[in-house]
Design a binder for this molecule. Structure first.
Ligand SMILES: Nc1ncnc2c1ncn2[C@@H]1O[C@H](COP(=O)(O)OP(=O)(O)O)[C@@H](O)[C@H]1O
Ligand SMILES: O=C(OP(=O)(O)O)[C@H](O)COP(=O)(O)O
Length: 398
């Protein structure tokens, strides 16, 4: 593996404008940040550059907006970042053009500025060279510290590396090293636990993952898609019904690869997506048409615990239910505590990742008991598949 250029190679940055790609795609509720892990993890890079008298310009995306959308502004996240850094963080209302240029021109050495959501521009996800040029106009150097967005070949996660001197930030460096240390030669059996809501972006990669792991536990919105593909009536549950063929294909691949699939056998349902909505455990043959599956049921939890007991290594991305809403956090919390207890007892190596997964582990009070907690979800799964991550590859020394 070719090594990175890191902050150790960056030289004197005093007075230089350093564009730092961070992942500020943090969980929020009513505009307030509910889990600050990703901010805390990029803080060392920001502070190191600031202390070296660089002008530190943060680039990040938030959510998946289709264009400029005040609901997906980074402003509240920038405010939270300032609180965590104990430093002022200025904010510019656009990541390119006049607003960005003016805010950068006003910076003094060591200042920190956050630019508005890069995904407000279509050029970001298209990695459009003109958009890359517009971003690069405000920087002399590009530092990528967003490992959790490194599976995206976007303008701010990859494109900038073609036009500016590129370096890995401390978190990028640490994540790649830690994952390699923990999982390059994992003790078998390996169980993967995959849940969450980003079904369409993560479903296809399960087809490769079943060739790498011995058991795949599927929960959350991901499981609903598989249950639907198997002919289970899932009512109004979150699922990607169009991807039923892909789900069936993955089940076939798993069988061929001898990978055990652990799908829910029962479910906790509710009629409203709200905390404390009246809920009930149901068998899969009787989910009411107007109900939503919001958590795995009690029998499923026992099966998941059993799969964890048989594993020597567990990798986990995606909550097993809508954990932000009590009592639909139950399955995720019980499974997380079980993994943590076995890890603490020395019986398991456990690695979990993803913005919401980390929030769920913090909610369960067990993040510190996992062997390693990554900031990355989708990027972690792609890394696990053995895929090259564009945002990492661009940093390799050539
Ligand atoms: N059954 C379900 N119905 C609706 N939402 C769910 C369900 N299970 C999980 N979720 C949601 O999935 C989200 C996390 O998914 P995802 O973004 O894929 O995870 P991560 O950020 O850890 O990679 C959470 O907000 C959670 O509420
Ligand atoms: O939150 C993220 O990924 P994750 O939910 O897989 O952990 C990253 O910020 C990437 O976001 P994206 O999946 O909208 O490209």
């Amino acid at each position: 593996m070719t090594a990175f250029r890191t902050l150790d190679d960056i030289g004197d940055v005093a007075g230089k404008r350093v564009l730092v790609r961070v992942d500020l795609n943090v969980p929020t509720e009513n505009g307030a940040v509910t889990d600050t892990t990703r901010i805390e993890r990029v803080a060392p890079t920001i502070l190191e550059l600031s202390r070296a008298h660089a002008k530190v310009i943060l680039l990040a995306h938030f959510g998946r907006p289709k264009g400029p959308d005040p609901k997906e502004s980074l402003r509240p996240v920038a405010e939270k970042t300032a609180e965590i850094l104990h430093r002022p963080v200025a904010f510019a209302e656009d990541c390119i053009g006049e607003a960005a240029a003016k805010a950068v021109a006003a910076m003094k050495d060591g200042d920190i500025l956050c630019l508005e959501n890069t995904r407000f521009h279509k050029g970001e996800e298209k990695n459009d060279p003109d958009f890359v040029k517009a971003l690069a106009a405000n920087g002399d150097i590009w530092v990528n510290d967003a490992f959790s967005a490194a599976h995206r070949a976007h303008a701010s996660t990859e494109g900038l590396g073609h036009v500016l001197p590129a370096y890995a930030g401390r978190t990028m460096q640490q994540e790649v090293e830690a994952l390699a240390r923990a999982l390059e030669n994992p003790k078998r059996p390996v169980a993967a636990v995959v849940g969450g809501a980003k079904v369409s972006t993560k479903l296809e990669l399960l087809g490769n993952l079943v060739g790498k792991v011995d058991a795949l536990v599927i929960g959350g919105g991901m499981a609903n898609t598989f249950l639907h593909a198997q002919g289970v009536s899932i009512g109004k549950s979150l699922a990607e019904r169009d991807l039923a063929d892909t789900a069936r294909d993955i089940l076939k691949k798993a069988q061929a690869a001898n990978c055990a699939i652990i799908l829910p056998v029962d479910a906790v349902i509710a009629y409203h997506f709200a905390a404390n909505a009246p809920s009930q455990a149901y068998g899969l043959d009787s989910i009411p048409l107007d109900a939503m599956i919001l958590d795995v049921g009690p029998q499923s939890i026992e099966r998941i615990k059993g799969a964890i007991d048989e594993a020597e290594t567990v990798v986990w991305n995606g909550p097993l239910g809508a954990f932000e809403l009590s009592p639909f956090d139950h399955g995720t919390v019980v499974a997380a505590k079980h993994v943590a207890a076995r890890t603490k007892a020395g019986k398991l190596l456990s690695v979990a990742g993803g913005g919401d997964t980390v929030a769920a582990l913090n909610h369960a009070g067990v993040a510190d008991h996992f062997s390693y907690v990554s900031t990355a979800g989708g990027a972690f799964l792609e890394w696990l598949e053995g895929k090259a991550l564009p945002g990492v590859e661009i940093l390799r020394k050539r």
